[in-house]
Ligand binder design. Structure first.
Ligand code: ATP
Length: 398
């Protein structure tokens, strides 16, 4: 019926709702044994993608496969895929245990499994309580318990941290990681990078229905480029001197300082000294991951207090303003990621790809060295020793 690989393959998925392109040519692969974060701001197309993957929405184009099959060809899909799209739909007057027993019967697993999954999600003491009286966080846990009933090989969760308190979020992190470490596949969406940052092995970052980054979070982290903020006695003279030294990624920040990207403070200070320019203040600054996420998803430079300037015109005018690292003009493809040397200032962060062209799905495995060019992303061959459904020992099985 299916290949038992536990792999999710999204290939060229597209969904058009009338004039709205909710998802556009999205491609990625989620391997077993890993947690993949599916990240993007509100309206980016995450839920629509998950709904297509789970057979709830018909794609306009492309495919979403689990174990090599579309969802509706999985046979007893609840035994293969556990999914939570929203923590709703509980009968308010039914106890958590009874709710789970109804689902257990429908998918052919024994009643006792209800108590097992209640324990698993930390609701062991709340089994007799009516779901209608549950907090949002408890409903999230109950929804997760429902998804776990069939001891599925693949977990697909849409914003599972919504409504969870910090302790609940910490618990969820640990839970998802151990689930993946047992050889299962976990795909979890969020609009907050910080929420999943400590959990995920790789991320698919989407914006306006398109892939903005796909790869290990570490690669994105290592792509952060520092810049030097400097307060010179003579801005024009320092800029000229820097340019003469071949340093062209320079911008002005609103407080009057200039920001120089891709160099160390010492280099800027040495150039200033050579040019007879005094330095009144100098500081190295590193963009954090959250800023990179904003850049990728909003097309805006998110650092507070930093103005956006048009790209430098070769040889033209005052000509020393350049966009900050990673800056993207609104629209697509983003303009901020261009070649590093020569005409442009910015390299794409490792893993960045332009719209995931159909037929060449990316598939960089965790651990790919930083700096791997987008062209290096290829679909991975099946890893050896794939877990078969029902194996893996997490949660005891049904
Ligand atoms: N059934 C529908 N009919 C029309 N438009 C839709 C439908 N479902 C989603 N959309 C639109 O598709 C786009 C993507 O929505 P989607 O819910 O997939 O985004 P999302 O990333 O999950 O956002 P959120 O984090 O807010 O849930 C939005 O512009 C949304 O309005």
């Amino acid at each position: 019926m299916h290949d038992g690989s536990g792999r999710i393959v999204v290939q060229g998925l597209t969904k058009q709702f009338g004039p709205v392109t909710a998802v556009q040519n999205l491609s990625f692969t989620v391997e077993p044994g890993s947690v993949t974060g599916f990240l993007g701001p509100n309206g980016a197309g995450k839920t629509t993608t998950l709904r297509m993957l789970l057979g709830l929405v018909t794609p306009t184009a492309g495919t979403g496969l689990i174990n090599g099959r579309p969802f509706h060809q999985l046979g007893n899909p609840a035994r293969v895929v556990g999914a939570v799209l929203e923590a709703q739909g509980f009968h308010a007057k039914r106890s958590a245990r009874d709710h789970l027993r109804v689902y257990a019967a429908a998918m052919g697993v024994p009643d006792q499994r209800a108590d097992q999954v209640l324990q698993l999600v930390g609701l062991g003491a709340a089994g007799d309580r009516k779901a209608g009286g549950f907090s949002l966080g408890m409903k999230q846990r109950l929804a997760l318990a429902t998804a776990l009933l069939g001891d599925p090989q693949v977990l697909v969760l849409d914003e599972p941290a919504n409504g969870l308190d910090p302790e609940g979020i910490a618990w969820l992190r640990q839970f998802l990681q151990s689930y993946a470490r047992s050889g299962r596949t976990v795909l979890v969406s969020s609009h907050l990078l910080a929420e999943v940052e400590q959990t995920v092995d790789q991320v698919v970052i989407v914006s306006r229905g398109q892939t903005m980054y796909y790869g290990p979070l570490d690669n994105l982290r290592q792509s952060q480029r520092s810049r030097v903020l400097v307060q010179p006695s003579d801005t024009g003279a320092l800029v000229t001197a820097l340019q003469a030294d071949g340093i062209t990624a320079i911008e002005q920040v609103p407080d009057g300082r200039i920001a120089v990207t891709g160099v160390e403070a010492k280099q800027v200070a040495d150039t200033a000294l050579k040019a007879g320019v005094s330095i009144y203040g100098i500081q190295e600054e590193k963009a954090d991951l959250e800023q990179l996420f904003f850049q990728l998803t909003n097309g805006q430079y998110a650092a507070p207090g930093v103005a956006q300037y048009p790209p430098q015109q070769p040889g033209g005018g005052s000509g020393y303003y350049a966009p900050p690292p990673g800056y993207q003009q609104p629209g697509y493809p983003p303009q901020g990621y261009q070649q590093q040397a020569g005409s442009g200032y910015y390299a794409p962060p490792p893993g960045y790809q332009q719209g995931a062209p159909q037929g060449t799905p990316p598939g960089t495995p965790p651990g790919t060295p930083p700096g791997t060019p987008p062209g290096g992303y290829q679909q991975q061959p099946p890893p050896p020793g794939q877990q078969q459904p029902g194996q893996g020992g997490f949660g005891g099985g049904a």
